[in-house]
Design a protein around this ligand. Structure first.
Ligand code: F6P
Length: 539
């Protein structure tokens, strides 16, 4: 069975939403709050340690009703069922999409082409656990008998961003190992990391689903050559491990069979941190914390699968995002975590969201005449308040934003925490209410300055208030956005799990690389031709 493929714009709920949009587009949220004292409660979902308030959006109960009707018409329930039951929903690559299986309990059954994949998953998890414990406890040693002090994760895209973001986000839980991430083919990246390494005490984790990615293989080879300046080939088995589906290429690189952590083609790169791709996470924070991250994600999976759509966090956030993207024509969305630990969260989400839903052909293969994937960006508050918030408050663009905060601080400095949370709450309030001419005047502002100091307000936000940054809550948060991506892909009638758009650049880069290294010159536009020659002349 394949995914339903309904053009959302042909549904009756879309028509209702379009008409309703004309009525509501100029309504100020301030008035919606004034009219309904219960608005915040109506539009808040409390679930586990999550408090999700979506009342500061330009929606009414009618909007919400039509958005929920849209989920029926695009057959979202069936699509969720298809995903979780291991159907080949990544049709363009002929694969199932089962990252949810990676975080499910052992007794669950997830089948791919009739075969339960849970035993394999748990075999690999046991391997991750044993390896993590051996490295962290110092049982495994380097070629001179010293325990490991540093771990270098070599990967790019999903093989880098997920582990890097989680390790950074969970640094409070980190053990004695120092972790490094090498991703860019820019040699300065790997060389800067090399400066910090001691070959005797460094473990290299090469992560590449395909084991064909130019950046990762170049970095891995550079690190291997550097390592071999100090020791001989047989030391590689002690210091290099790999995570991949491509066992043949891993072996050809020289990695010992025992040091291979397998993964599967039914795990998409950008959804893979739950697999052995998360090995560096496990090494950095210990297996128990890694497993708790997975347990949290599983809880969110259950919520997503079973909860009524009206109180289903990923579904509701996806619908609100569609409302702005397709009706208000908002181009981008901001994600603002009020936690320095989530510094890399928006960068991580960029791949998940933009690689998945940056598509312009529908599931029937037809060009699309409506908007799909949103542009995603963001930085932690309060820093971002002093950087780009001006544009959100007073610019000409509508930028819906997710504010993510934690009630309790990990280090427990209450003075800082109170200040942080007061900013967290104040910004969404300011974005909602703005500041009227009367307010500005009452402050004694001169008539000349008046227009510059008025804030229109009516800027939408979601507030995700989470109790504490635990590995489990981070797992829930990441899974929430994964499911949001899925829901939006279903609504927009696109395939979210392929990424053919990144291929063209790769192909051309390998052609140009040949030209750089030879006197050959293929056909190029005059701009590329000149730039290439300029590079060849000056390098
Ligand atoms: O950028 C394209 C992409 O295929 C991503 O989807 C993926 O996460 C990344 O490259 C790395 O791929 P691999 O893990 O196969 O090296």
């Amino acid at each position: 069975m394949s995914l339903p493929n309904v053009n959302p714009t042909t549904t009756s709920s879309w028509k209702k939403l379009s008409e309703h949009f004309e009525e509501i587009k100029n309504v100020h949220m301030k008035d919606l709050f004034a009219k309904d004292g219960n608005r915040a409660n109506k539009f808040t979902i409390r679930w586990d340690d999550f408090y999700v308030d979506f009342s500061k959006n330009r929606i009414t109960e009618e909007t919400f009703k039509y958005l929920l009707e849209l989920t029926d018409e695009v057959k979202l329930k069936d699509a969720i069922e298809s995903q979780f039951s291991g159907e080949i929903i990544n049709e363009t690559e002929e694969r199932a999409v089962l990252h949810t299986a990676l975080r499910a309990p052992k007794t669950t059954v997830f089948k791919v082409e009739g075969v339960n994949v849970m035993p394999e998953i748990y075999e690999v998890k046991a391997k991750i656990e044993a390896f993590t414990n051996d490295v962290v406890n110092g049982h495994l040693k380097g070629y001179t008998g010293k325990t490991f002090t540093d771990v270098v994760n070599i990967g790019i895209g999903g093989s880098d961003l997920g582990p890097a973001m989680v390790v950074d986000s969970l640094q409070y839980y980190k053990n004695q190992l120092t972790t490094h991430f090498v991703s860019n083919v820019d040699g300065d990246h790997v060389n800067e990391v090399i400066k910090k390494l001691n070959p005797e005490t460094t473990l290299f984790v090469i992560v590449s689903k395909t084991f064909t990615t130019q950046e990762t293989l170049s970095n891995a080879n550079t690190l291997k050559s550097w390592f071999l300046k100090f020791t001989s080939e047989d030391a590689i088995a002690k210091h290099f491990v790999a995570v991949s589906t491509n066992i043949k290429n891993v072996k050809a690189f020289g990695i010992d069979e025992n040091n291979i952590f397998p993964m599967w083609d039914w795990v998409g790169g950008r959804f893979s941190l739950w697999s052995a791709v998360g090995l560096t996470i496990s090494l950095a924070v210990g297996y128990i914390n890694f497993d708790n991250l997975l347990k949290g994600a599983h809880k969110m999976d259950e919520h997503f699968k079973n909860e009524d759509f009206s109180t289903n966090i990923p579904v509701v956030l996806a619908l609100i995002s569609v409302w702005y993207n397709n009706f208000f024509k908002a181009e981008s969305e901001a994600v603002i975590p009020y936690s320095q630990y989530l510094n890399q969260f928006a960068t991580y989400l960029q791949q998940g969201i933009m690689e998945s839903n940056g598509k312009s052909v529908d599931r029937n293969g037809n060009p699309i005449d409506y908007q799909t994937g949103t542009i995603i960006w963001g930085e932690p508050g309060t820093n971002s308040q002093h950087a780009f918030f001006q544009l959100i408050h007073q610019g000409t663009k509508l930028i819906p934003a997710d504010f993510i905060g934690f009630k309790k601080s990990l280090h427990g400095n209450q003075d800082h925490q109170d200040k942080l949370i007061s900013n967290f709450l104040a910004q969404t309030e300011a974005l909602l209410n703005g500041k009227t001419k009367a307010d500005v005047k009452a402050e004694g502002t001169s008539n000349t300055l008046l227009p510059f100091k008025i804030f229109e307000g009516n800027k939408p936000t979601n507030t995700l208030f989470i109790n504490k940054l635990l590995p489990e809550s981070l797992g829930k948060l990441i899974a929430l956005y994964e499911h949001k991506i899925f829901v939006q892909g279903i609504i927009w009638n696109i395939f979210s799990y392929d990424q053919f758009g990144v291929e063209l650049g790769k192909q051309l880069a390998s052609k140009i690389l040949q030209e750089i290294n030879s006197s050959s010159d293929n056909e190029h536009d005059s701009s590329t031709h000149n730039l290439l020659n300029y590079y060849k002349e000056n390098s």
